[in-house]
Design a protein around this ligand. Structure first.
Ligand code: MG
Length: 352
């Protein structure tokens, strides 16, 4: 087996050239060369910066592949065009990259955070997260689980060993039900992390409207008037309005003034319309879906799996059985990582 190292590549060090180009980024950008580093030291890659390397590690992870079969809002929908956790992640990544590039921030870092942010989501979307949070005495939040996956669970307990900046962005992307940019919005240490946090909302308020219309839960003409008036009538218009507004209202794109606290922001008008749209989705789509028949079934499946594997720890796959944790935690890690279909299939097998 041939392993390449810096000295074996017969070209000037490409990573160093890229790091040099990053010097032209905004003074507020996170530069890969000045990353706070990884939990375990590694020889740098001769080609890719540390953030580019993190992005690739996430894409090649097993948890990333499983996003394809995880619910966003609608559980195991019958149509091919519903958003899944994977397509949501790709939308967040594209929106985040557009904003980062426009603001002359580090696009590679924004991309890596966006691709990793939802790795810890459970099967069956938010109902799955709620049920697992109830079952496990230590509590469960998908953002914390995303970090646990990249730090520990991937590569059979070795983790992906990502940089501090990507880990910080993944852990702090979540905002619960706090108003966008309001109290409780929470802190993330880089502007690229702030971009991902807001890009997540831009993606989901728009694709969830589309999916809810597709599912017949709402109709286009029920969208609140200030939303249509401010953000636009069509899906593409609304994303465009939001992305342009964020770019315009974030710390000035040009200008050399030293800001003590540069932030990613929105105009008051667009922010208000987005909060109205988000609340509308909670009232008409998210809360009702938590009480629906499918959600009840999803809860039953997860409870069954949890009690089964607590009783039969020996049936846990080796990669979970060998974790240095208590039984409950191992079972939660296994179940939380399942796709919707895998959880349904396994529950069916167990109950036969
Ligand atoms: Mg998300």
């Amino acid at each position: 087996m041939l392993y390449y190292s810096d000295s074996m590549i017969n070209k000037p060090n490409i990573r160093e050239q890229t790091e040099k180009r990053e010097e032209a980024l905004s003074q507020y950008a996170a530069k890969s060369k000045f990353s706070r580093g990884r939990l375990k030291w590694e020889e740098p890659c001769p080609i890719r910066t540390s953030f580019q390397r993190d992005r690739d590690r996430i894409i090649h992870s097993k948890a990333f592949r499983r996003l394809k079969h995880k619910t966003q809002v609608f559980i195991a929908p019958m149509g091919d065009h519903y958003v899944t956790r994977l397509t949501h992640t790709l939308e967040v990544s594209q929106i985040a990259r557009t904003i980062a590039r426009a603001l002359n921030l580090n696009e590679d870092l924004a991309e890596a955070i966006a691709l990793g942010h939802d790795l810890g989501h459970t099967p069956f979307g938010h109902i799955g997260e709620e049920v697992i949070n109830e079952l496990y005495h230590g509590g469960f939040r998908h953002n914390e689980q995303s970090l646990r996956i990249v730090d520990l669970l991937e590569r059979e307990g070795q983790g992906l060993n990502l940089t501090w900046e990507v880990r910080d962005g993944i852990l702090n992307h979540s905002k619960g039900q706090a108003e966008i940019l309001g109290e409780g919005w929470g802190d993330v240490s880089t502007l690229e992390g702030q971009i991902c946090k807001i890009a997540d909302i831009v993606a989901y308020v728009n694709h969830d409207v589309e999916d809810a219309i597709r599912a017949g839960i709402i109709s286009q003409n029920e969208l609140p008037e200030p939303v249509v008036a401010t953000l636009g009538h069509a899906h593409s218009q609304r994303i465009d309005t939001l992305v342009c507004d964020i770019i315009n209202c974030s710390w000035p794109v040009s200008g050399n003034g030293n800001l003590t606290n540069p932030t990613i922001g929105m105009s008051p008008e667009v922010l208000r319309a987005t909060n109205i749209l988000r609340q509308f989705l909670f009232d008409r789509v998210y809360y009702p879906s938590l009480a629906g028949e499918e959600a009840i079934k999803a809860g039953e499946v997860l409870r069954l799996l949890y009690s089964h594997f607590l009783k039969h720890e020996d049936r846990l796959p080796r990669e979970f059985a060998s974790l240095p944790d208590n039984k409950e935690r191992k079972v939660i890690d296994y179940i939380a990582g399942m796709t919707d279909q895998y959880a349904l299939r396994l529950a069916e097998e167990i109950s036969q």
